[in-house]
Design a protein around this ligand. Structure first.
Ligand SMILES: Cc1cc2nc3c(=O)[nH]c(=O)nc-3n(C[C@H](O)[C@H](O)[C@H](O)COP(=O)(O)O)c2cc1C
Length: 202
C-alpha cells in the first residue's frame, strides 16, 4: 500500500474480528515503531504485549470504572453519553492483542543542547505509536487507542518497572468492517472533521 493511502486509511478501530494477529505482523509493526524519531535518540518507547484473556478482563474492569468518571460531564447529553458507552469496550475484549505503551525516562541526566523535558520523551513515544499504527494499516490490521484506564493498575497488572510511565493501551487486530477512510466518530455523528489543517504563513 502506498504511504498516502496508508495515511488516509489509518483509522482508530473499535470493532475487531477475533482472528489472531500473526507474530510476523506484530513484529513488523514494532520494528516500524522502533524507526520513529526520538529526542536525543533516546528511544524511550516500551511495549507490553497482552494476549492473556484474564489480563484483558482485569483491564476491561479498570476501563469501566474510569469511564464512569469520564462520563460525569456528559450527563446533559444523553445521545453522546450512549455513544460514549459504546466506544472501545468490545475492542478490549475482542482484539486478539492488547499493546500497552510506556515511556521510560533515561537514567542519566541527558543534555543535548536543547530543552530536554519529560514531554519530549513522551512525544517521541507518540511518534512510535503512529509508525506502528501505519504499519498495521499497511498490513491490513489496525489499532484502537484506549487512554481511559487506571494507569496505576495497568502498571501493577503488567508488572512493569516503576519508572515506566503508561501512555496508553492499543487494541490490535483485523478490523471488523472495511476501511473506508472515514473516522468512526465522524460516521456516528460525534464530530465533523475539519476539511483543511489550520496553517498560518508568516
Ligand atoms: C492520544 C490519543 C488518545 C486516545 N484515546 C482514546 C480513548 O481513550 N478512547 C477512544 O475511544 N479513542 C481514543 N483515541 C482515538 C481517537 O478518538 C481517534 O483517533 C479520533 O476519533 C480520530 O479518529 P481516527 O483515528 O480514525 O482518525 C485516542 C487517540 C489519541 C491520538
Amino acid at each position: 500500500m502506498e504511504l498516502e493511502q496508508c495515511l488516509r486509511l489509518r483509522r482508530d478501530t473499535r470493532h475487531f474480528l477475533k482472528d489472531d494477529v500473526p507474530e510476523t505482523v506484530l513484529k513488523k509493526a514494532l520494528t516500524a515503531a522502533h524507526c520513529a524519531p526520538s529526542v536525543g535518540l533516546s528511544e524511550p518507547w516500551r511495549f507490553v504485549v497482552v494476549r492473556n484473556q484474564q489480563t484483558k478482563a482485569i483491564l476491561k474492569q479498570s476501563f469501566l470504572k474510569i469511564r464512569a468518571k469520564a462520563e460525569a460531564n456528559l450527563t446533559n447529553d444523553q445521545d453522546k453519553l450512549k455513544l460514549h458507552k459504546s466506544l472501545k469496550l468490545e475492542a478490549i475484549e475482542d482484539a486478539p492483542i492488547g499493546l500497552a505503551v510506556f515511556c521510560e525516562y533515561p537514567k542519566e541526566n541527558y543534555t543535548i543542547g536543547t530543552v530536554w523535558t519529560d514531554e519530549t520523551l513522551k512525544w517521541s513515544c507518540v511518534c512510535a505509536i503512529q509508525n506502528l499504527w501505519l504499519s498495521l494499516t499497511e498490513q491490513g490490521y489496525s489499532a484502537g487507542w484506549v487512554s481511559i484506564l487506571d494507569y496505576d493498575q495497568l502498571k501493577q497488572v503488567l508488572s512493569v518497572p516503576d519508572d515506566w510511565e503508561p501512555l496508553g493501551y492499543l487494541c490490535i487486530g483485523k478490523p471488523a468492517t472495511d476501511y473506508d477512510g472515514q473516522p468512526m466518530l465522524e460516521q456516528v455523528g460525534w464530530k465533523q472533521r475539519c476539511s483543511e489543517p489550520v496553517v498560518i504563513y508568516r
